[in-house]
Design a protein around this ligand. Sequence first.
Ligand code: GAR
Length: 199
Amino acid sequence: MIKKRVGVLISGSGSNMHALVKASRIVDYRAEIVCVVSNKPEAGGLKIAQDEGIATHVVNHKNYSTREAFDAALNDYLQSQNLDLIACAGFMRIMTPVLIAPWQGRMINIHPSLLPLYKGLHTHQRAIDDGQKFGGCSVHYVTLELDGGPLIAQTQVPILKGDTAETLAARVLVEEHKLYPVALAKVAQSLGARQKTIQ
Ligand code: GAR
């Protein structure tokens, strides 16, 4: 089995990226994490990746005057890595077609809500404020519509009496770390099947 080459995009602590790296070490897991890229030089996840022996790279969005220029620089780096898939893991940037179009069907994201509910930010607070019984997390393909691409996998988490955005986020994050490796494996497998069909 040839593992799919995956690049992970982060902006922060990188706990989901770490979950993917740990899963990728399992012998018959269908993907390997070949690089971790951050738009923030101070992202804590960079150190985690380095400690795991994964190549890291920073494309600092502050060095670019437009979103498109940043996205072009990031895409150039990603293209240079001979990747099959991109996994966004707490990558807190709105992406333009310059970055999304070349990876259409091969870029996925994890989002802390039960999509299509609560796209964007402050997902847990909004779910609590609306009196929802469940929050959760979703993995989806990235398309031009923010948090709007086709769903790959989802986990529900009950909202408990007295939950704050922080307590709910912490319980959802535990589920994210289980869901994302499963979803990435599923996508890697389907990509392999598609490539066989094309050949
Ligand atoms: C995760 O909860 C992820 O779902 C969320 O940011 C957190 C990153 O944590 N992503 C988004 O909100 C994307 N819109 P991590 O850096 O520890 O993986």
